[in-house]
Write a protein that binds this ligand. Structure first.
Ligand SMILES: [Zn+2]
Length: 245
């Protein structure tokens, strides 16, 4: 709770990404420097729910149009990926930057450096699972006021129509999510991989598929989880989880 309050004080409920937020602080910069040297190709072992990661690589804390959502999570070593998956994710942000340079994205938890147990997640064990924060809008415009909550973002709730429980003016940008998934799928396929599975709250899938990019997404063979336990379902209203092949 204290961390939650501090993050609000530190960042304010800004409506746009402040320059401050995009400046990487010293500690993060040193961590990246230490962890991003001597990178080789990663090897994922086992499955997303029982696996490991050899030569895991670190997501950069931020790029032109994205930022990792929680500083503590990052420094605790929870932003590692299989190198192929990281390339796919970075390529997707690059494409989005070219298409919409003023739209910003948040990436959420990935994996431990060596994979394995990743509490409280059941998956994220072999560097091939990524949580992406739902992009949001308010009155049709990009909205970032909820993007600076850090780990507390996992606990905010949206209605089955994708509206923020505490303020229905704030809604999930489903069309942008669909576009992002299509781009991720494109790059994953290009690298000989693909998307294994997307998890998004079951009740939100019709909203997603009703958008213009959503209709294209529905025509692909990308697999969306069809049934989830009530707990897992309820946790996937503020981020979309993707397992890569
Ligand atoms: Zn996840």
């Amino acid at each position: 709770m204290i961390r939650f309050i501090l993050s609000i004080i530190a960042f304010g409920c800004a409506n746009s990404f402040s320059q401050d937020r995009l400046n990487v602080d010293q500690e993060i910069a040193q961590y990246m420097q230490r962890k991003m040297s001597n990178e080789t190709e990663s090897i994922s072992t086992g499955s997303v729910s029982n696996g490991g990661l050899i030569n895991g690589v670190l997501m950069p804390y931020k790029g032109e149009n994205f930022i990792y959502f929680d500083r503590d999570s990052y420094l605790e070593g929870r932003a590692f990926l299989n190198s192929m998956v990281r390339t796919v994710v970075l390529n997707s942000y690059d494409s989005l930057y070219k298409l919409m340079p003023h739209r910003y994205f948040c990436i959420m938890e990935c994996s431990n450096e060596k994979g394995g147990d990743f509490f409280p997640h059941r998956t994220h064990q072999n560097g091939k699972s990524v949580d992406f924060m739902m992009p949001k809008k308010r009155n049709g415009k990009p909205y970032y006021g909820l993007d600076t909550l850090g780990a507390a973002h996992y606990y905010i709730r949206f209605s089955d129509e994708g509206r923020y429980a505490r303020n229905p003016e704030i809604e999930i940008d489903f069309n942008l999510i669909a576009q992002h998934i299509l781009i991720l799928n494109y790059y994953a396929n290009k690298l000989g991989s693909g998307i294994e599975k997307v998890i998004i709250k079951i009740e939100l899938k019709d909203e997603l598929f009703a958008t213009s990019y959503g209709r294209l997404l529905k025509e692909t063979d990308i697999y969306f989880a069809k049934a989830l336990s009530p707990l897992i379902n309820s946790l996937h209203d503020e981020h979309y989880h993707i397992d890569f092949k």
